[in-house]
Design a protein around this ligand. Structure first.
Ligand code: HEM
Ligand code: NAG
Ligand code: NAG
Ligand code: NAG
Length: 358
């Protein structure tokens, strides 16, 4: 009889906790912070800094909150830096290296153009704060991935866990690699599908990741080819008129918002823009024109939750492209220079060695 009571009680408990769990996950349907089910590559883990830097994510989130309060536009810059990092040579923070062709150097390759310099400074500020607290254990590549995630969250998008443990690369990204790996805004869907397939990203990933353009700015040069000399027939004519006012010539040096409906909010309005032929780039609008991706665009436009779920899955995938783990690479003491080129670090190490000898 005792046994019966116990098992009945535990059954009841089980049912109640199942209900509670279900209810909770329903209430926070835009948050994936309890979900560790996404596949992760060997060497990365969900709790990589749990003992070595337990406050890492709190420090990053708190600092970015402060930065975005001043200028929410910085969120877009940080999201884009992570994308550029991962697409060129893998998520190894090569994009942050001064002298890398995808980074803040003198002779950047074309897609350079417009990465915000401030994004690099913000990541270096995060590194300084985090290393002050925990020592040189957290990589610049991981900080870039976390900053991208927080940019999404603090702009109103979904929260999710980031697998961690990336190491910083020792190789500069070449000009050739940068050009070859970053598709341009004049790309059509065929080209983009093929290009992303080389990174094991599928058609759904392409449409979901392009949703990153729900925030941020673009320079005229990235889309004026659709206005002059002939107007792209897939663009809404009245939207084209508005863009012509902002960019009266092919090479006008001005910027405009990428999502005209909610330019600073991370939501599904980018897809609503596309359905209304108000996408900025050929690479955006062709996702609606092309029959292979049109359905996905329409689904995301109609269902923000579906978009958020897919965006999270695709970001976690993108965030693991060719990562260095374990003993590969290093943890930089300055995100913009390799440790071997870091004169300050060399002097510190020398001092430590001298001190140890004494
Ligand atoms: C699919 C291929 C992609 C192409 C062709 C593309 C192209 C571009 C271009 C041309 C710009 C504007 C640069 C300028 O003129 O200033 C831009 C901005 C931006 N892109 Fe992409 N992009 C792509 C994918 C992505 C992905 C995967 C993400 C992130 C998930 C992303 C996030 C952003 C953001 C946030 C901005 C605004 C940056 C800022 O305001 O500083 N893009 N992209
Ligand atoms: C980006 O690259 C192009 C082509 O190499 C160059 O003309 C341009 O000055 C660069 N832009 C910046 C901001 O460095
Ligand atoms: C897409 O772009 C590629 C490369 O620029 C081009 O060869 C191809 O003809 C284009 N496809 C369509 C359907 O426009
Ligand atoms: C474009 O305008 C910005 C801001 O006014 C300025 O900093 C930049 O040097 C200009 N670029 C060119 C190529 O004229």
């Amino acid at each position: 009889m005792d046994f019966k009571v116990v098992s009945l009680t535990s059954l009841l408990l089980l049912v109640v906790s199942a209900l509670v769990l279900f209810g909770v996950s329903e209430a926070h349907s835009y948050s994936y912070v309890d979900d560790y089910s996404a596949p992760i590559v060997k060497g990365l883990s969900w709790h990589h800094y749990k003992s070595s830097c337990p406050d890492l994510e709190t420090i990053v989130r708190k600092h970015l909150k402060k930065v975005f309060k001043e200028d929410i536009g910085q969120a877009a810059g940080l999201l884009r830096v992570h994308f550029h990092d991962c697409f060129v040579q893998g998520c190894d923070a090569s994009v942050l290296l001064d002298g890398s062709c995808s980074g803040p150097s003198e002779q950047d390759a074309p897609p350079n153009l417009t990465l915000r310099k401030t994004a690099f400074e913000i990541i270096e500020d995060l590194r300084e704060l985090v290393h002050k607290e925990c020592g040189r254990v957290v990589s610049c590549a991981d900080l870039t991935a976390l900053a991208a995630r927080d940019s999404v969250v603090l702009s109103g998008g979904p929260d999710y866990n980031v697998p961690l443990g990336r190491r910083d690369g020792l190789n500069f990204a070449t000009r050739e690699a940068t050009i070859a790996n970053l598709p341009g805004p004049t790309s059509n869907t065929s080209f983009l599908i093929t290009s992303l397939a080389t990174k094991n990203l599928d058609t759904t990933d392409l449409v979901a990741l392009s949703g990153g353009h729900t925030i941020g700015l673009s320079h005229c040069a990235s889309f004026t080819g659709r206005l002059y000399p002939t107007q792209d027939p897939t663009m809404d004519p009245s939207f084209a008129d508005d863009l012509k006012e902002i960019c009266p010539a092919l090479d006008t040096n001005a910027t405009t918002v990428q999502d005209i409906r909610t330019p600073n909010k991370f939501d599904n309005k980018y897809y609503v823009d596309l359905v209304n032929r108000q996408g900025l780039f050929t690479s955006d609008q062709d996702l609606y024109t092309d029959s292979r991706t049109r359905d996905i665009v329409e689904k995301f436009a109609a269902d923000e939750k579906l978009f958020f779920e897919q965006f999270v899955a695709s970001m976690i995938k993108m965030g693991q492209l060719s990562v260095l783990t374990g003993r590969k690479g290093e943890v930089r003491a300055d995100c913009s220079v390799r440790n071997s080129d870091n004169a300050y670090l060399a002097s510190v190490v020398e001092e430590e060695e001298t001190a140890a000898e004494l």
